[in-house]
Ligand binder design. Structure first.
Ligand code: ADP
Ligand code: ZN
Length: 528
């Protein structure tokens, strides 16, 4: 027609109905799709479950030629392509799991214009043979999925993604759309510059997921705490439980099964067949709980996951946000629950200190951990903190634990000074470093074998902290860590001073704290 944009919009809406069976676009989908159909470049930031796939799938169906989708999720390509084929979309993929003959067939389909969508692993695109293949066919657009993988600042960097900056040099007339669910402002900027998308239109959706109730509690007996969450609030619901190690995945899954919960383990150490079987039980049966390392979940589309539980502290806010985002994609109430303790901080610190990366990499990881800690120890709305991290404004939500049960706060300056001066005494007078356990024993005046052995009962600070219980002292340590007033280092999680510690010791800084023991066992409002 003579008014091409409207006609394009109409065609997109028609594809939405006819192919995907949906009546209306969601959020900014229409604007994004029209922009790309019109040949424009786009950078799309949208939370998990927001509907990113249609933003490139529909333009690929509307524009002449084949839409090339770059995705790191090789393990899921087969599923994604099968799902599209079931809808009548002509889709194929090329990756390292195929043999020569399978690849040749897909290449033929591509060259003969028999595909609407071609999924490629990023390392494929680096091959000159792939570039030549694309030259010989007709590419309608490039979609770069999980675009945060190009950002070194982020938590999921993949070197292969850096090559994607050359796409527009080799194919300047082909529009590009990059999509991600995880982007702080720093990551956002880095994606734009690395992928040469500074001039693209940026679509930034709200990252708020109002139906998810965020809750974080102290870790005492994590398996029991988890069981209580499942029994009291989510019996028979589908859920995902994240653990840091394979061993704890196994232990937790076994425990849940013993307690009558339909739970399956999922981690990279299981053989491919078991993994596939467990994943498919989770997807197809009702009310299955999958206990997994973070390897699980990327690209998994199960709308009715009612809870996501973390039994260990996630390594970054981006990771936490992405993992919790797998709950409640259907828009119905869901719970994001995290249990964390001092030991988590020590363990993550150990991972950071022993990581292979350079100094800058370690600093980045440390800063990710600090943000995560700050979220855990905040006395204000969790959602406001989360959104703020992603550069978005929010109001106290009324649907997180700190909104529902505001934590009691107190002036923790004196306990902070007592604890820090104990660290100072050990460090300066005796050139010793110890972990939280020993320091708390000293404060409480406990004559343990280790206290006697190191003569710590003769320190002037011995027994000066009996006004708090051990649990409360642990809270003090966590909050000092979260506020950057104390740091943890080394294999044994020893506590050391930071530059800011001096401000507290020198009476120049007050330390507000949240009270420990009075914390509610769980938020009072149920989500069911
Ligand atoms: P993302 O990739 O952003 O995590 P998906 O593209 O997987 O999200 O979409 C999440 C879910 O929402 C999918 O089940 C998808 O089919 C559905 N969806 C997407 N767009 C719409 C729409 N306009 N109307 C209804 N459902 C939609
Ligand atoms: Zn809140």
């Amino acid at each position: 027609g003579d008014r091409p944009t409207e006609a394009d919009g109409g065609e997109a809406a028609e594809v939405l109905r006819r192919v995907f069976g949906y009546d209306a676009f969601r959020g900014e989908q229409r604007e994004i799709i029209e922009h790309v159909v019109g040949g424009g470049d786009a950078l799309v930031l949208m939370p998990t479950g927001g509907g990113k796939s249609l933003c490139y799938q529909i333009p690929a169906l509307v524009r002449p030629g084949v839409g090339v989708v770059v995705s790191p999720l090789i393990a899921l390509m087969q599923d994604q392509v099968d799902a599209l084929r079931a809808l009548g979309v002509r889709a194929g993929f090329l990756n390292s799991t195929q043999d020569f003959e399978e690849r040749r067939l897909v290449e033929q389909e591509f060259l003969h214009g028999e595909l609407d969508l071609l999924y490629l692993a990023p390392e494929r695109l680096r091959l000159e043979s792939t570039a030549q293949l694309l030259d010989r066919g007709k590419v309608s657009l490039f979609a770069i999925d999980e675009a945060h993988c190009v950002a070194q600042w982020g938590h999921d960097f993949r070197p292969d993604y850096l090559e994607l900056s050359t796409l527009h040099e080799r194919w300047p007339e082909v529009p590009r759309i990059a999509l991600t669910a995880t982007a702080t402002e720093a990551t956002h900027r880095e994606i734009a510059s690395r992928l040469r998308l500074e001039d693209a239109r940026h679509f930034v959706a709200s990252f708020d997921r109002p139906n998810i109730q965020y809750r974080i509690e102290g870790k005492q007996d994590p398996k029991k705490q988890l069981l209580r969450l499942i029994r009291d609030e989510h019996p028979g619901d589908a859920g995902i439980v994240y653990c840091l190690s394979r061993a704890s995945v196994e232990r937790t899954a076994e425990f849940l099964v013993q307690q009558g919960v339909a739970a399956v383990p999922y981690h990279a150490g299981l053989d491919a067949r078991t993994r596939a079987a467990n994943q498919s039980r989770f997807l197809r049966e009702d009310g299955v709980v999958v206990v997994a390392t973070i390897a699980f979940g990327m690209g998994i589309d199960k709308p009715d996951v009612r809870f996501v539980a973390h039994l260990d502290l996630p390594k970054s806010m981006e990771g936490y946000y992405q993992e919790t985002g797998r709950a409640g994609r259907d828009g119905l109430p869901a719970t994001a629950w995290l249990a964390y303790g001092l030991q988590d901080v020590v363990q993550l610190r150990k991972i950071i200190d022993s990581s292979d990366g350079d100094e800058a990499h370690r600093r980045r990881m440390a800063s990710h951990l600090e943000s995560m800690l700050a979220l855990c120890e905040t006395v204000s709305c969790r959602r406001v903190r989360l959104l703020d991290y992603f550069g978005q404004r929010g109001e106290p939500c009324g649907n997180c634990d700190t909104c529902l049960t505001p934590p009691e706060t107190y002036d923790g300056t004196v306990p902070a000074q007592k604890l820090l001066s104990t660290v100072v005494r050990l460090q300066r007078e005796r050139r010793q470093k110890f972990g939280a356990g020993q320091i708390i024993d000293i404060l409480l005046g406990k004559k343990t074998a280790k206290v006697i052995q190191f003569d710590h009962d003769t320190l002037s600070v011995f027994g000066i902290g009996t006004e708090l219980k051990e649990l409360e002292w642990r809270g003090v340590v966590r909050q000092l860590l979260a506020q950057g007033l104390l740091a943890v280092e080394g294999d044994y999680g020893t506590l050391v001073l930071t530059e800011a510690s001096g401000e507290v010791l020198g009476q120049r800084r007050e330390v507000p704290m949240r009270r420990e023991a009075v914390r509610a066992k769980r938020a009072s409002v149920k989500t069911g």
